[in-house]
Design a protein around this ligand. Structure first.
Ligand SMILES: Cc1cc2nc3c(=O)[nH]c(=O)nc-3n(C[C@H](O)[C@H](O)[C@H](O)COP(=O)(O)OP(=O)(O)OC[C@H]3O[C@@H](n4cnc5c(N)ncnc54)[C@H](O)[C@@H]3O)c2cc1C
Length: 399
């Protein structure tokens, strides 16, 4: 016999967007379940560098538009959650760094004085005196300049744990993407979902929210009508395992206003330090092989940090696509995006930092529609297993 379940809201995809929504909507009294085909956070979220951007990077590139101003509120909002005083309790999340630093090496520092002065004028960025430099730049061979940017970096793994913990009972693993039954032009009638053990359940919800990252492509094409166009922006990221104990949270600037390399550091499970590299090198390295990209990364680090020896460092790289709604010219979207059509909502935060804004915007829509809270009937889901939380990417690649 086909089993049935009923909830107010079914969310598909347990990256930062789905998890944040699960927390917020449950607190508001809705019965919510979150369905995941892989590991929790295992799409883009656990590959994020964890920087809570406040929009300064876009201001530097002259692309701060009115909608991207929304990101400026994010650091304060995250901060209150991290101190246990916000809408979600993130007091157990590890803050890796309070600041992201901007720096330039000696040769370029002179040419970039005007650029950095302009940055400082835009606020929330301050020039540091040599004695205030982070430890890694305290070497006599470092001749550059360093600015502190008011943007923190979080440990994404502890973030995932904090978001999952209060709602473990509401998260279920599905073996394959949910099969959707449409209700003519009225949106979705039900989802057919299958557990890893082959149990099949028909799930009815008042709202279906798709936060499946790349998986949204399938739903955007086959379910949402009118179709929402999607885009992928590929990156070729590098992780480097070192013996250095320095924390490094910094954007290294060359002659362009895009960081040549964005570095965050993390601890691998064997206790060693991982330098995680994004920025221009990841965007431009998408046509390189893994071997070429790792060699380039070590060469760049050796040129930038002339006083550090990277000859024994172990590097690995991986490709990942950013999944987003399509933008003119394939550009980076300004802000979080969602579209509500009938009882379906398709959503992309476009940045980890913007997940709270995405949830706020969706909740406003649900409240305007006066979506009511009802009791869930999820007995039929008892046989569904719980997805694992994704293992940090450096531990997957280098340990
Ligand atoms: C390398 C990298 C570094 C980044 N660094 C930062 C940063 O420092 N700061 C920042 O703010 N942003 C950063 N970002 C952006 C940020 O990570 C993403 O915008 C954000 O994680 C997207 O979250 P999401 O929940 O939409 O998608 P995802 O994290 O991709 O989650 C989607 C989930 O849906 C699941 N899924 C897929 N298909 C289905 C299906 N059919 N049914 C159910 N589940 C499904 C997937 O398994 C996955 O778990 C970075 C992105 C990348 C790629």
């Amino acid at each position: 016999m086909l089993k049935k379940s009923q909830v107010d809201i079914a969310i598909l995809g347990s990256g930062i967007a789905g998890l944040w929504l699960l927390n917020r909507l449950s607190t508001l009294g809705y019965s919510v379940i979150l369905l995941e085909t892989g590991a929790i956070g295992g799409g883009q979220t656990h590959k994020a560098q964890g920087i809570i951007h406040g929009g300064m990077k876009y201001a530097l590139q002259g692309s701060l538009t009115s909608s991207s101003l929304a990101i400026a509120d994010m650091p304060a909002l995250w901060n209150s959650c991290l101190h246990g005083k916000g809408l979600i309790d993130l007091s157990q999340v590890k803050i890796l760094s309070q600041h992201q630093y901007l720096f330039s090496t000696g040769k370029l520092a002179g040419k970039l004085t005007g650029f950095f002065a302009n940055v400082a004028l835009q606020g929330r960025v301050s020039a540091l005196a040599k004695e205030q430099f982070p430890q890694v730049f305290q070497h006599s061979k470092f001749k550059g300049v360093v600015y502190a940017l008011d943007e923190m970096a979080l440990d994404v793994h502890t973030l995932l744990h904090a978001l999952v913990k209060p709602h473990q009972d509401a998260i279920f693993k599905i073996a394959v993407p949910a099969l959707v039954t449409l209700n003519n032009n009225q949106g979705i009638k039900a989802l057919t979902i299958q557990s890893e053990q082959g149990h099949i359940v028909t799930l009815e919800a008042k709202k279906y929210i798709f936060t499946a990252g790349l998986g949204n492509e399938l739903y955007a094409k086959n379910i949402i009508n009118p179709v929402i166009a999607t885009q992928r922006r590929p990156l070729h990221m590098v992780v480097v395992k070192t013996d250095f104990a320095y924390p490094v949270f910094a954007h290294c600037f060359g002659l362009s206003s895009t960081p040549r390399i964005t570095i965050t550091t993390h601890q691998a499970k064997d206790g060693k330090t991982i330098w995680y590299l994004g920025g221009q090198i990841a965007e431009e390295g998408v046509h390189l092989s893994a071997e070429q990209q790792c060699a380039l990364a070590i060469k760049e680090l050796t040129e930038i940090f002339t006083w550090l020896d990277f000859t024994k460092a172990k590097a690995a790289s991986f490709f990942v696509d950013r999944a987003e709604p399509s933008q003119p010219g394939g550009k980076r979207p300004d802000t979080a995006y969602f579209k509500a059509i009938a009882n379906q909502i398709i959503a992309w935060p476009t940045k980890l930092a913007l997940a709270p804004k995405l949830a706020d915007d969706i909740i406003t829509t649900l409240q305007q529609e006066k979506l009511t809270c009802s009791k869930a009937d999820t007995a039929a889901l008892l046989n569904f297993s719980k997805p694992e939380i994704a293992i940090p990417i450096w531990d997957q690649l280098l340990c």
